[in-house]
Design a protein around this ligand. Sequence first.
Ligand code: GLN
Length: 528
Amino acid sequence: MNNATAFPRFWVTDPMSIHEFTATELLQRLESGELTAVQVAQDFLDRIEHRDAQVQAFLRFDRDGALATAEQIDRRRRAGEPVGPLGGLPVAVKDVVCTQGQPTTCGSKMLEHFVPPYDATAIRRLKQADAVLIGKTNMDEFAMGGTTENSRFATTRNPWNLERVPGGSSGGAAACVAAGFAPLSIGSDTGGSIRQPASFCGVTGMKPTYGRVSRFGLIAFASSLDQIGPLARTVEDVALLLETLAGHDPLDSTSAEFPVPEYSKTVAQPLDGLTLGVVREHFGDGLDGEVESAVREALHVYQSLGARVKEVSLPHSKYAIATYYIIAPCEASSNLARYDGVHYGYRTDEAAMLAELAAEQRALASQGDHAALDDLDSPLVRMYRRTRAEGFGPEVKRRIMLGTYALSHGYYDAYYLKALKVRRLIRNDFDAAFNEVDLIAGPVAPTPAYRLGEKTEDPLAMYLGDLYTVSANLAGICGLSLPCGFSSEGMPIGLQLQGPPLHEERLLRAAWMYQTATDWHTRRPQGF
Ligand code: GLN
């Protein structure tokens, strides 16, 4: 009698432990028939339903849709029909990526009732790969922020400590993976929004090279910086998801026409003779001591694995924050001009607006002030103004004002044009560094996750938290965050690896080497 008969396959996996498997482990069990896509989806959906009230990682989840997809995948698998490479794996999606027929709010009142008529290319690829889309995750409004506190709808909490921020802007995407609500999620990264929440929540996240993943259907924040990327518990899972997301797309004119390596097949091949660059300027003022020690310890791990560590310099990195906080708001002010109450989304209450206008007219008429009457803004202008005043939150307004100012006549050369020139210098610094080293290793964020509300009143302090992440977006290179330790208060710390454009494969292989030698990525927050 063979074992399969003695121990029926469906007994092998305790359904209670489904969420503890990595995506790669789940996929093996789905493919072998040990688990069904419905069982897997059900487990994650139940966890979201029962526990997400504490974390608020999801803005919406789609039980019926997810189970219907899962059933259909199971049916095809049972019938021996082909099933895609993510066959039955649940994926959560940041609410900045358009999903046809499903609300996509971007964390903003402006898009509260927006239902896209089409899927983003990333979503289309996930569906073709037979992923099970389980819900949309919370984020800072229009992806502007570093804590997810700028969401119009919910405050996401860090599963490692519910009084702390999950990071942002993809806070929901990182928190849902950390809490075991989804094995895989996708986020977007304009200045660190995948890497920083990944580091705050103790998960692995990658910002691919600019152009690697199509931006078609990604709601624009700063179009020359935005990238979609994967988050998961392990590097292996990130590789698996990136393989589905990446590739040329004729619908995005900036998408790269380069072949996509089979990341999931090569990720487990260690790199011989790896040289890691350590950036002199990374270890200066503002870097928390515990983060510094964890990062330095990670470098020792690499050395013990045979890697060489070499100091490099990125001399213009001290201008990165200033450059980013000019270019990103400039592009945002232009991109967000489309939210005018006419084409998209929210429109102010027109009856109230007209009543207000009539009251002003009456008041001025009774005073006989005809000049002021003539100067009153038209109903159309008032509609624009009220729509934008009511539809956008304070951080989005701040960015629109900063960007509009920096682009205005007389300031354009001093700010925007200058920032573009410095951006080029920052890219040149990386090019020079990558002539000497294979990858750059350093911190993701200057501190671990801090308390909710700690920085909401101080935008500049929040902006400075992006010190180590914005350069990769300005230079268009790829970067990855992976867990490398914990603070004395029990908060995760992330290690950032950055690689030359289109070298995600190298990045993943190097990151995987680290995860085979350490177990930080296997730690789970208590209670989840
Ligand atoms: N925290 C940065 C910002 O507020 C990055 C945001 C992002 O990457 N979307 O702009």
